[in-house]
Ligand binder design. Structure first.
Ligand code: UGY
Ligand code: MN
Length: 254
């Protein structure tokens, strides 16, 4: 491209949209942050309380040799999912290597750090843990390949629950939803739970409120409580996304 030129769409037709009820965050517009305790790492905050969410989700990009040790903050649970390449997570004295699709859930107070010898991209979710008198759930370190696909309602659509759905101690779920071309939810959903969505593969059209948004692999969406939502994959390939959802807790009446 000629020097000094920018591709069409960069300025006039940007897909980013932030509203009080939802946000569409393509990766190209999100500026990176550097944090104390992290080196060889850039963090791209996709949603946070600043946006209206009650959790934080960031994409972490490690260079080879990158490492990170999140600041110790009481009462915060962490979830990591490796999107690309691999990363070690050291929990106490135990080292686990997470390859793409590998993930870890850490209840509050779990000392841990991350090291990536060859570089990696991973999703990092944090939430203030709501105990609900049940106590904290255990650490989970696993891989999406180990998680069964469940069929829901329609042929061609499946769900993987990365955290045990039946254990009410977990106050959020992280699921992978898979769509064959031509499939969609049985209805436009409108629910109290909020979502952080990361497109893992494929592309599609996302309904948020009353507007449709074209989404691709790598895009992030925040859906606030009661945001009407529906998804249709487009193109000829499968689509899948990683979906955070707050679950298993009563309404906070203040
Ligand atoms: O579980 C869910 O709420 C899911 N069906 N929502 C979504 O994919 N937007
Ligand atoms: Mn939903």
């Amino acid at each position: 491209m000629e020097q000094g030129m920018i591709p069409p769409g960069v300025a006039g037709h940007n897909r980013s949209m932030v509203t009080p009820h939802f946000a569409v965050m393509p990766p190209d517009g999100i500026l990176d942050s550097r944090l104390p305790g992290w080196s060889g790492a850039r963090l791209f905050f996709q949603t946070s309380p600043q946006m209206g969410a009650r959790f934080v989700q960031a994409m972490v990009a490690f260079e080879p040799g990158g490492r990170g040790e999140p600041a110790r903050v009481d009462g915060i649970s962490h979830f990591y999912y490796v999107v690309e390449h691999s990363c070690d997570i050291i929990i106490g004295t135990q080292r686990h290597t997470l390859t793409a699709g590998g993930y870890a859930y850490l209840p509050p107070g779990t000392a841990h750090r991350l090291e990536s010898a060859f570089g990696a991209r991973l999703t990092w979710i944090r939430k203030k843990f709501d105990d609900a008198g049940l106590g904290a759930p255990p650490v989970i370190v696993s891989h999406a390949d180990q998680v069964a696909h469940r069929l829901r309602h329609t042929i061609g659509r499946s769900w993987q629950h990365l955290l045990p759905e039946e254990d009410l101690r977990y106050d959020f779920a992280v699921n992978i939803l898979h769509f064959k071309p031509g499939t969609h939810f049985a209805m436009v959903e409108t629910h109290i739970m909020e979502h952080g969505l990361l497109m893992l593969t494929g592309q599609g059209m996302y309904l948020l409120g009353r507007t449709w948004h074209e989404v691709w692999t790598g895009d992030f969406i925040w859906m606030g409580p009661y945001c009407p939502q529906q998804f249709y994959p487009t193109g000829w390939g499968d689509a899948a996304y990683l979906l955070y959802k707050d679950v298993n807790r009563d309404v906070d009446l203040g």
